[in-house]
Each structure stands twice: as C-alpha cells, then as structure tokens.
Design a protein around this ligand. Structure first.
Ligand code: RFL
Ligand code: PHB
Length: 390
C-alpha cells in the first residue's frame, strides 16, 4: 500500500488528524493495534476546549456533540467547607467549554471515517517504523499473521504514551522532561444524575475530589488515592463515603449514589519529549507529552497538535516546508503552557503526603487569593478554557 501519510494510533489524535487530512485531499491510513471496541471502552477525558469543538465542527464530526454535549460557563472550587464559582464565561470574554466524553468524540470520528470509506486497520500488530530519516519512510505491521508494508511520505506518531513511535527515535535525538506525582486518581462512572450543574474541583485535607459528568443522567467522579491502591480494593460504598467527606456538607447530602459502571485508577504524570519531529516522523498527542488530568488538557493538547500537523502537511503539498519545519517549536510553546497550568492546578488542589505544614497553608492562601482577585481568577479561567492558537 502507498499513502501520503501513515497514521500510527487510532485514538483521538490519530482520528482527528485523519479527518483533517481527508478534508484537505491528502490520503492516509490509520493503523491501530487494538480492536475498535477496546478503543471505545476506555473512559478518559470529558472537557473540550473551544478550539477542540471548532476542530470537530470543521471536520464535519460535531453534530452529535452539539446535540448531546453540555455547555459549561463556569467551574466550582471547593475548599474550607464551601464552594466558590469561577465564571469562565465572564472572565474570558465569552468562552465556554463542552462536556462530552472522549469515548463519544472518538466514536463520532470513527463513524465519520467509516462513512467516508477511509481505511483504518484495527488489530494491526507489531507495527514498526522505517527510514523516517529519508524521504521514503515506511511502516510495517502484521494482521492475521500476514506482514504488510505501507510506503508513505510522512509518518504521524499518534500512538499514545506507550506507543512505538517515540520509542523508535534514537535515544540521543530525544530529550525528555518528567514529573511523577505521589498519588493517583480513582475514577467512578455511575448512572446517577450529577450532584452539581457544573464541575466541582475540591481541595480537602483528606485529598482532592472532582465531581464531573457525562450527561444529565451519568456522573463521573474522582478522588485522589494512594499510588499503591487497586481499584478493586475500593467498594462502591467506600468510594461514595470518601467522596462525600471531601465535599461541602450541602453537596455531600445532595449526592445521588448508585452502582459503579466503571472504576479505575490513573497515575498522575507530567512528561514532555523534545523535539516532536524527527525527519519524516511527527509525534502528536500523548505520544509526545502527558499532563495530569487536573487541568483537563490531555485530549485538548492532542487536538491542537494535530491541527498544526494537518496544516503543515497541507502546506507541504502546496509547495512550502515552513509548516513541517516549525511544527515542533509551534506545538511545544503551547504544550509547555498546558504542562505548566496542569502542574500548577494539580499542586494547588492535591494533598502531598510528605508536606503537612507549609504546603497546605500556601494552598489555602492561593485559593483565598483566587476567589478574591479577578486577576488571579482570570488567569485560571483563560488557561482552563484553552489558550489561543498562534
Ligand atoms: P491515546 O488516546 O492513548 O491513543 C493512542 C492510540 O494508539 C494506539 N497504539 C498503537 N497503535 C498501533 N501500534 C502501536 N504500537 C500502538 N501503541 C498504541 C492505542 O491503542 C491508542 O488507541 O492518545 P491520543 O490520541 O494522543 O489522545 C490523548 C488522550 O487520550 C489523552 O491525553 C487523555 O485521555 C488523557 N487523559 C485524560 N485527559 C483529560 O483531559 N481528562 C481525563 O480525565 C483523562 N483521563 C487520561 C485519563 C489518560 C489515561 N491514560 C493514557 C492511561 C485517564 C487515563 C487512564
Ligand atoms: C472527566 O470528566 O473525566 C474530567 C473532567 C475534568 C477533568 C478531568 C476529568 O479535569
């Protein structure tokens, strides 16, 4: 097979890139190592920035999101037994976010891809990348015991943190930056009405809690947990009790609980690999960077990377190499701002096991500053809704 762009990974980054390239008349194949059902079974992000919403509209995959997604103009910060609203809409001159699950977004993109008759190879095993330091790169994979080769002009590495793309780059061509946090998030999905119309991020002496949602009837809640914890050690009752302890009393009382339909633990990590381009290989999304979920930035960064990448490929086929040459620097400027924001918001809202004196007091001072200073609240708001594109 020969295509212009071989996309490794069929998560949100790979699928969003695929749709943009299709709209630009550039042919591509998506190679995904898992089955479609497996990819759609992963419960992950839930908050879309305006730029991500616009991108879905542009590629013609936004209709269901606009019908079913929930538009939010604010978030609540919980601490000291009270909740304070950050008015995102007012503080950012009219911006909002959309609550729409990553699973649904990915499904819409998969449907759009299938509807346009485009090729995705699911369960593509043993993907290997070749000759991306030349202008004739290729990708090989095995499917049903048969090895296939895809010759291409470019490889887009959209295969997440554990993927093969970043791992294929010679170690001395890559610089990595990392921060591991000493806790995880235990997440529960339940078929219960959300406790609040807006998301609640709570700082509590027992640890962080987040009240989120997927719809008016489906809630997504998280609590900070120990890194060693296992999801199946947490009964549903233990989870609900711990969540309620970390919220203001009137919110805890209003909480509707029910059986969990998904329960999992995610570790928290900040990670950036530089640069994001090696010859004809371009990394995008989690393949290049990871942020802790506190700022709801992971999926949105994946979307902004592939927005720049699709534009760069379109420029290349129109005769200019400027876009592909600038891709890494342009992405990394936005990536590092999201890394900074996610690290800051994580540091502000979580209990750090070894810091029982100075840290909590600085957090309390900063939270008090946030609700009293419009400048401080504006900084939170403009980062949360997403910084502008260059
Ligand atoms: P993905 O979604 O990981 O997709 C990569 C795809 O590549 C496939 N793949 C391969 N395919 C072929 N060959 C190989 N060798 C391959 N290796 C991997 C994988 O099967 C997969 O389908 O990366 P992408 O597209 O860059 O999208 C990024 C987002 O998924 C990610 O940033 C967010 O989900 C991060 N994240 C969260 N972000 C939030 O904003 N809020 C959250 O609540 C939130 N929860 C999460 C998360 C990420 C998690 N991970 C990665 C473990 C919870 C978890 C558990
Ligand atoms: C979610 O709904 O899964 C979610 C929302 C906001 C975050 C992280 C996760 O910051």
């Amino acid at each position: 097979m020969r295509v212009q762009v071989a996309i490794v990974g069929g998560g949100p980054a790979g699928h969003l890139l695929g749709q943009q390239l299709y709209k630009a008349g550039i042919d591509a194949v998506v190679l995904e190592q898992r089955s479609q059902a497996y990819v759609l079974g992963r419960i992950r992000a839930g908050v879309l920035e305006q730029g991500t919403i616009e991108l879905l509209n542009q590629v013609g995959a936004g209709a269901r999101m606009h019908r079913e997604g929930l538009v939010h103009g604010g978030i609540e910060l919980g601490f000291n037994g009270r909740h304070h609203r950050i008015d995102l809409h007012k503080l950012t001159g009219g911006k909002r976010v959309m609550i729409y699950g990553q699973t649904e977004l990915t499904k819409d993109l998969m449907d759009a891809r299938a509807g346009a008759g485009l090729t995705t190879v699911y369960e593509a095993q043993d993907v290997t990348l070749h000759d991306f330091d030349s202008d004739q790169p290729s990708v090989r994979y095995t499917k049903d015991g048969i090895t296939h080769e895809v010759a291409c002009d470019f490889i887009a590495g959209c295969d997440g943190y554990h993927g093969v793309s970043r791992a294929s780059v010679p170690a001395d061509s890559l610089q990595t930056f990392e921060r591991i946090y000493p806790f995880g998030w235990l997440g529960v999905l339940s078929e219960t009405p959300p406790v609040s119309d807006e998301l609640i991020y709570a700082n509590h002496e027992r640890g962080f809690a987040l009240c989120s949602m997927r719809s008016h009837t489906r809630s997504r809640y998280y609590i900070q947990c120990a890194l060693e914890d296992k999801a199946d050690q947490w009964s549903d009752d233990a989870f609900w009790d711990e969540l309620r302890r970390r919220l203001a009393p009137e919110v805890a009382e209003a909480m509707v609980t029910g059986p969990s339909i998904e329960k999992s633990i995610a570790p928290l990590r900040s990670f950036v690999a530089e640069p994001m381009r090696f010859g004809r290989l371009f990394l995008a999304g989690d393949a290049a960077h990871i942020v802790p979920p506190t700022g709801a930035k992971g999926l949105n960064l994946a979307a902004s990377d592939v927005r720049y990448l699709a534009q760069a490929f379109a420029e290349f086929y129109a005769g200019s190499e400027a876009g592909i040459n600038n891709y890494s620097d342009t992405c990394l400027r936005r990536v590092w701002k999201a890394v900074r924001f996610s690290w800051w918001f994580t540091s502000l809202m979580h209990k750090f096991p070894d810091d029982t004196g100075f840290g909590p007091r600085v957090q309390a001072a900063e939270l008090d500053y946030l609700i009293r200073s419009e400048a401080a609240a504006t900084s939170l708001a403009e980062n949360y809704v997403g910084l502008p594109f260059e």
